[in-house]
Design a protein around this ligand. Structure first.
Ligand SMILES: [Cu+2]
Length: 90
């Protein structure tokens, strides 16, 4: 991993793997979500805390930028807020 950017991959298959994403504060970051299973209602991922919402077409990776300026723990979830993941910025 470069020191100048953090690129995280999350697989979406009945949940999020990994479910906890650790990022360094102040280092630009992105998360690429790839939904690989039709299981569950995970065709949308969103985060009020992190200000993103994106559809996840099956097997088409979708990348969102993450603002890492503020340390803290931020939730993301499926469209119906049933499945959850977390971004930890420290
Ligand atoms: Cu759901």
């Amino acid at each position: 991993m470069s020191e100048n950017v953090q690129r995280i991959e999350v697989e979406v298959a009945g949940g999020y793997a990994p479910a906890v994403v650790n990022l360094k504060q102040g280092v630009p970051a992105s998360i690429t979500f790839t939904r690989t299973s039709d299981q569950g209602c995970l065709d949308v991922v969103h985060s009020k805390d992190l200000h993103f919402e994106t559809e996840l077409p099956l097997n088409l990776p979708q990348t969102v930028a993450i603002d890492t300026q503020r340390a803290g723990e931020y939730e993301f979830s499926c469209g119906m807020d049933m499945m959850h993941g977390k971004v930890v910025i420290a």
